[in-house]
Design a protein around this ligand. Structure first.
Ligand SMILES: Nc1ncnc2c1ncn2[C@@H]1O[C@H](COP(=O)(O)OP(=O)(O)OP(=O)(O)O)[C@@H](O)[C@H]1O
Ligand SMILES: [Mg+2]
Length: 327
C-alpha cells in the first residue's frame, strides 16, 4: 500500500448555498389576465431585498405565492429550498408574511393578540410570554402591551403586524408595503427595525412602489412591471442600467454655437444640444469625470458662466422605466 504517494482524492466543490427565494418561470393568471409573467427571481440569504413596482405590477401576487396563499398557474417557486406547492407546510414554518392590510383584531389587546398567534405556531405556554415580550421589545412596542389594537396609531399597528410575523422566529420575512400610510418618522422607525432584523440574520423582502424609499435600506432590488421582471441587482445598478449618461448643463456668456462645436469634439460626450439659452451635454455614461467640459470651454477662449450636473434621481429613472406601463 502506498498511501503516501497516491494523490489525495479531489474534494467536490462546495455546493452553492440554497437561496432564500428562487423562482423560475413563475406565472399567475386571473382568467385571461396575466398578473405574473414568467418571473425568474433570486433572493439570497441575508438580503434586505426591495421588490418594486407600480400599482398592479404583481408584487402582492408574487408575495402571496411565496407565502403559499396563492397557487401559481405555471412555473416554480422555492423558499429556502422548499417548493411552495409541494412543501407548503415547510415553507410556512420558515416565513413570516405581513399582508398589505391589517386584520380585524381591533378589540384585542396587544399581548393577547401576539399570544394567540404564538399558540397557533404551537409555542409552549411557558415560553410564550417571553417570546411575546421579546418581539414587542424588538419593534419598540413594550409600552403598549395592554393597549387595545384599535387604539394604536397606524405606525404602531404596522409594527405590531411585524411583531406578529416574528413570533415563530422565521428566517424569511415577506413584507407587503409595510411602510405604506406611515408618516416620515414612523417610516424611518420601520426602516430601522428592518435593518436591525437583517443584522440579526433575517432575510427580508419588502415591497414598495417607491424606489427611492428603499435605496438606502436595501442591498438589492428587483423592479417588476406588468408582471415581468425588468431589473434585479444592486440599487446603484438601476441607474447604470436604465438611465442614459449623466447630463451637464452649460452656459456660456456668448458664442453658444462655437461652444457646442467644441463640446461635440470630446470623446466623453455623447450628445450636445442647445436648450433655452443653455447647452445640454449628455456624457457617455454616469461615472464619467466631467471636468473636461469646463476645460474645453475655457481653453477654447470662451467664458463659462454656468455649469450644473443634472443628477437624474432614482425615482425619475424608475418613472422613465415604468412610465405608462401600469395595467
Ligand atoms: N383576485 C384577483 N382577481 C383578478 N385579478 C387580480 C386579482 N388579484 C390581483 N389581480 C390583478 O393582478 C394584477 C397584479 O396585482 P397585484 O395585487 O399583484 O399588484 P401589486 O403590484 O401588488 O399592486 P399594488 O401596488 O396596487 O398593491 C393587477 O392587474 C390586479 O388587478
Ligand atoms: Mg399590492
Amino acid at each position: 500500500m502506498n498511501a503516501e504517494t497516491s494523490a489525495p482524492p479531489l474534494a467536490p466543490p462546495p455546493a452553492p448555498p440554497i437561496p432564500a427565494v428562487s423562482t423560475v418561470g413563475l406565472t399567475r393568471t386571473y382568467g385571461t389576465m396575466t398578473a405574473l409573467n414568467a418571473l425568474d427571481l433570486t433572493v439570497n440569504r441575508g438580503d434586505l431585498f426591495g421588490f418594486i413596482g407600480s400599482n398592479g405590477a404583481g408584487k402582492t401576487t408574487t408575495l402571496r405565492i411565496l407565502a403559499t396563499f396563492l397557487a401559481p398557474s405555471a412555473g416554480q417557486a422555492r423558499v429556502l429550498g422548499h417548493d411552495v406547492v409541494r412543501d407548503a407546510d415547510a415553507v410556512r414554518h420558515v416565513i413570516g408574511y405581513m399582508p398589505d392590510f391589517f386584520g380585524v383584531y381591533k378589540d384585542m389587546e396587544v399581548t393577547e393578540y401576539l399570544d394567540f398567534f404564538g399558540a397557533c405556531y404551537k409555542i409552549p405556554t411557558a415560553q410564550r410570554e417571553k417570546t411575546v415580550n421579546d418581539v414587542l421589545e424588538l419593534v419598540g412596542l413594550s409600552e403598549k402591551k395592554g393597549a387595545l389594537i384599535g387604539a394604536l396609531s397606524r405606525g404602531m399597528q404596522q409594527r405590531l403586524g411585524l411583531a406578529r410575523v416574528l413570533i415563530h422566529d422565521p428566517q424569511l420575512l415577506l413584507l407587503d408595503e409595510p411602510a405604506s400610510g406611515l408618516d416620515p418618522r414612523a417610516r424611518i422607525e420601520m426602516m430601522a427595525i428592518l435593518q436591525e432584523l437583517q443584522r440579526l440574520g433575517k432575510t427580508i423582502i419588502i415591497s414598495s412602489h417607491i424606489l427611492s424609499e428603499l435605496q438606502t435600506l436595501c442591498n438589492r432590488v428587483a423592479i417588476i412591471e406588468k408582471g415581468k421582471l425588468i431589473y434585479s441587482g444592486p440599487v446603484q445598478g438601476v441607474r447604470d442600467q436604465m438611465a442614459s449618461g449623466l447630463v451637464i448643463w452649460v452656459k456660456v456668456a456668448a458664442e453658444t454655437d462655437r461652444a457646442i462645436e467644441l463640446l461635440k469634439s470630446r470623446s466623453e460626450v455623447a450628445e450636445v444640444a442647445p436648450v433655452d439659452g443653455r447647452i445640454k451635454v449628455t456624457m457617455v455614461n454616469h461615472d464619467i469625470d466631467h471636468s473636461c467640459i469646463a476645460d474645453t470651454i475655457v481653453r477654447g477662449g470662451l467664458k463659462l458662466v454656468g455649469l450644473a450636473e443634472d443628477e437624474l434621481g432614482l425615482e425619475e429613472v424608475f418613472l422613465r422605466v415604468t412610465r405608462g406601463e401600469t395595467q
